[in-house]
Design a protein around this ligand. Sequence first.
Ligand code: ATP
Ligand code: MG
Length: 299
Amino acid sequence: MSDSNRLRIAIQKSGRLSDDSIALLKAIGVKLQIRDRLLIAHATNLPIDLLRVRDDDIPGLVMDGVVDLGFIGENELEEKMLERKASGKKFEFKTLRRLDYGGCRLSIAVPNEFDYKGVQSLEGKKVATTYPFLLERFFKENNVNASAVMLTGSVEVAPRAGVAHAICDLVSTGATLEANGLREEEEIFQSKAVLIQRAGELPEAKAQLINRFLPRIDGVMQAKESKYIMLHAPKTYLEQVKSLLPGSGNPTVLPLAGSDDTVAVHVVSSETLFWETMEKLKALGCSSILVMPIEKMMG
Ligand code: ATP
Ligand code: MG
């Protein structure tokens, strides 16, 4: 067993959530040395150990209190919760943050030639999925008698292989469905990555570390959505210029050296500046219009 004073975080070893989870940890100031084959990675600047596992294992590790935190897709989390509920195991945890990556939806798709007229078309049918509990909940909520066929991989080929009439799988662009001659019909769950914490009290030092991280996570997410906009504007049109700047608070207006009728306007905006708006600003006489990404933010 490793040192229990170190914060233990479970992340997906390799897959769709790994890179973004590691990038987020780095962005909030955790320095990591990850060796590809190792299960455990240590932070070099903080008392943190990363447990690198299959994503299927993460909800259980948190719910059993084996790790303190976990980065996981809501789809896996909800499925595991329903599974544990059904078998009477404990499924407590706390969701600390919903994150801005790992977005996807769990959808039912049918072969193109399937004459689909709504959920009732699934009556008596077999639907292949990796998420039987979420799928069965959907059937129950919609009063459909259909059965979930559990497959851990290659779900999209199940109808062609004669294993099922339809599938229920994760979709982000829909390209995989299309490539397999399938059509998305029902969205049953929307998912993003979340940061979860085990139930129960954490030792003071760990709790403090987490309390320092949460505002940093908020800052990183906010920064990604925000832009720093700078431009030179004619003083006479300042009000019109301000009204064109998107989703912004009060801009900073600064004098420009050697110019009485032009000012510099700086603003942090929660949206980007579209080309059309930049053209309007230019038409008002603005110049040197810059839109820049923001790396970090704090209230
Ligand atoms: P593991 O080997 O860790 O079990 P996996 O094959 O189960 O990996 P991935 O395909 O890496 O899982 O997906 C991990 C998570 O990424 C999904 O559970 C989901 O939350 C999220 N995700 C985002 N977009 C997609 C997508 N288009 N398809 C599948 N998962 C997606
Ligand atoms: Mg998995």
